[in-house]
Design a protein around this ligand. Structure first.
Ligand SMILES: Cc1cc2nc3c(=O)[nH]c(=O)nc-3n(C[C@H](O)[C@H](O)[C@H](O)COP(=O)(O)OP(=O)(O)OC[C@H]3O[C@@H](n4cnc5c(N)ncnc54)[C@H](O)[C@@H]3O)c2cc1C
Length: 402
C-alpha cells in the first residue's frame, strides 16, 4: 500500500524534495500531499527582485511544474497548516481539516524580520519575501517618488535595485558600518557603497531607523533615523533579515534551535522518526541556513531517506553568495572573514575604487579558505571550486591571472 508524505510549505526546498522523490521513487511507494500557504505553487524566490524591477508575470517565476502534474502529488495552495498532532499522525489546516501522514516534512522557510520601530506597519511599509510583497511594492511605487530600504544586505540591495528601476529615488539604510556585512569585509563594503552611490542610490551605514512617520493621508511620509536625520519616503521596504518559521514547533512538541527553527540532526531528522525539517526552517545541529543551496542538499538527503537509501550527513554547507543585480559584481565564498585560526589574508585593490579582491589562505599559505570579490566576480566560480584545496599557483597569480 502507498504511504503518504505530507510536506508543509511549498517553497523552493519543498519543490526540490518532491521533484527528487518522484523521480527516484520507481516503485511508486509514496503519494505526496503538499500544503502551501501562499496562493501560488512553488516559485523561484531568488528571482523575485528581477520581477520587482522589470515586471514580468508571477507565472514566469513558477518552478518546473512536474511536481504538479504527476498523479502521485496533490498540491493545496492558499492553505496554512496550523497544527501537527504527532500522536495521531495528522496535520490540521486552518479550515479545520485533518490530514493523516506516514511521514511529515516541515519546509516552512522564513519570514522577513521587520524591526519593531514605531510606525513599522504604516501603509506604504512592506516586508520583502514573497511574490505578494513584490506585487504590493510595485503597486505603491511611483516614478519620481522616494523609497527607503531598511537593510543593506543582499536582499536590501536587490530591493534598492528594483525600486531604482521603477524610477524611484532610493535610500539604503544599514545599521552595520558597511554594506553586506555578512559577506564583505570593510574595504569590500566601502568599495561597494562607493560604486552604488555612483549609480545614484543613496547609502547610509552605521545608522538605524528610529521611527516611520505618516502623513495626513495616513500613508508613510518620512523615516526618522537615529542620527536625527529624516528622509522623505512614500515607500519603505524592510529587508533587515529573516527569522525561521517554526511556529508549529511548540504545538507539535518539537524542539527549536537556539535562534529558532525546527531542531534537527545532520540528516534533518527530528527525534520523531516520521518527521523531518528542511530548508530555511531547519536548524541543522542548531543552525539555520538562509540560502537555497544548503536547502536543496537537505531536500535531496531527505528524499533518499524516504526511499530507504543511504544519505550523507549535512555538513560544510556552501554559503557562497553573489549579488545578482545593480550591475555591480560582488561575491563572497568560504571563510570570507578569515575566522579560521592562523588564517592569512591576501588583498588586491586594483584599480583603486573599482576592483577589490581578497583571498583567505591557511596559515601555511597553501590552502584556499575563502575570499571576497567586489567589482569583478569573473574568478568566482574557479575560486569557489578551490576552497579547501591547495592553490595551484600563488595567491597573487590566482587573482591577477583570473
Ligand atoms: C528577494 C530574495 C532574493 C534571494 N536571493 C537569493 C540568492 O541569490 N541566493 C540564495 O541562495 N538565496 C536567495 N534567497 C533566499 C532563498 O529564496 C531561500 O533560501 C529559499 O527560498 C528557501 O527555501 P525554503 O523552501 O526553505 O523556504 P521558502 O521559499 O520561504 O518557502 C517556504 C514556504 O512555506 C510556506 N509556509 C510557511 N508556513 C506554512 C504553514 N504553516 N502552512 C503552509 N505553508 C507554510 C511559506 O508561505 C512559503 O511559501 C533570496 C530570497 C529573497 C526573498
Amino acid at each position: 500500500m502507498k504511504r503518504t508524505l505530507i510536506v508543509v510549505g511549498h517553497g523552493m526546498v519543498a519543490h526540490r524534495l518532491v521533484a527528487r522523490l518522484l523521480a527516484e521513487d520507481t516503485g511508486r511507494a509514496w503519494r505526496v500531499l503538499v500544503i502551501g500557504e501562499e496562493p501560488w505553487p512553488a516559485y523561484d524566490r531568488i528571482q523575485l527582485s528581477r520581477c520587482l524591477g522589470g515586471g514580468g508575470a508571477a507565472e514566469s517565476l513558477f518552478l518546473d511544474p512536474v511536481a504538479l502534474t504527476d498523479s502521485r502529488v496533490e498540491v493545496l495552495t492558499g492553505s496554512r497548516v496550523v497544527g501537527v498532532d504527532r500522536e495521531r499522525r495528522v496535520v490540521r489546516t486552518e479550515d479545520g481539516a485533518c490530514r493523516p501522514y506516514d511521514a511529515l516534512v516541515l519546509a516552512t522557510g522564513s519570514r522577513a524580520f521587520v524591526p519593531p520601530v514605531p510606525g513599522w506597519d504604516t501603509a506604504g511599509c512592506f516586508a520583502y519575501r514573497t511574490l505578494r510583497d513584490v506585487e504590493d511594492i510595485r503597486a505603491a511605487a511611483t516614478t519620481g517618488g522616494t523609497a527607503v530600504v531598511v537593510g543593506g544586505g543582499l536582499l536590501g540591495l536587490e530591493a534598492a535595485n528594483g525600486l531604482d528601476a521603477l524610477g524611484m529615488r532610493v535610500h539604503v539604510v544599514e545599521l552595520a558600518p558597511r554594506l553586506m556585512p555578512v559577506q564583505l569585509d570593510e574595504p569590500g563594503g566601502l568599495l561597494l557603497a562607493g560604486i552604488i552611490r555612483g549609480r545614484g542610490v543613496d547609502v547610509r551605514c552605521g545608522v538605524a531607523v528610529e521611527r516611520v512617520e505618516a502623513g495626513a493621508d495616513g500613508r508613510v511620509a518620512s523615516v526618522v533615523l537615529t542620527d536625527g536625520s529624516s528622509l522623505d519616503a512614500s515607500v519603505v521596504v524592510f529587508a533587515a533579515g529573516v527569522r525561521p518559521r517554526d511556529e508549529l514547533a511548540v504545538g507539535a512538541g518539537l524542539a527549536a534551535g537556539p535562534r529558532g527553527g525546527f531542531l534537527v540532526d545532520e540528516w534533518c531528522r527530528t527525534p520523531d522518526p516520521r518527521v523531518w525539517a528542511v530548508g530555511e526552517c531547519a536548524a541543522v545541529s542548531g543552525q539555520c541556513h538562509g540560502l537555497v543551496a544548503p536547502g536543496h542538499r537537505m531536500a535531496e538527503s531527505v528524499a533518499a531517506q524516504l526511499l530507504g537509501r543511504a544519505a550523507a550527513p549535512f555538513s560544510d554547507p556552501d554559503l557562497s553568495t553573489r549579488l545578482k543585480l545593480l550591475d555591480v559584481q560582488v561575491a563572497s565564498f568560504g571563510d570570507a572573514h578569515g575566522r579560521t585560526d592562523g588564517a592569512l589574508e591576501f588583498t588586491v585593490e586594483q584599480p583603486p575604487g573599482e576592483r577589490y579582491a581578497k583571498l583567505v589562505l591557511s596559515g601555511d599559505g597553501r590552502t584556499l579558505l575563502g575570499g571576497v570579490l567586489v567589482g569583478d566576480t569573473g574568478p568566482f566560480p574557479h575560486l569557489r571550486s578551490l576552497v579547501g584545496r591547495p592553490i595551484p599557483v600563488s595567491a597573487d597569480a590566482l587573482l591577477r591571472g583570473a
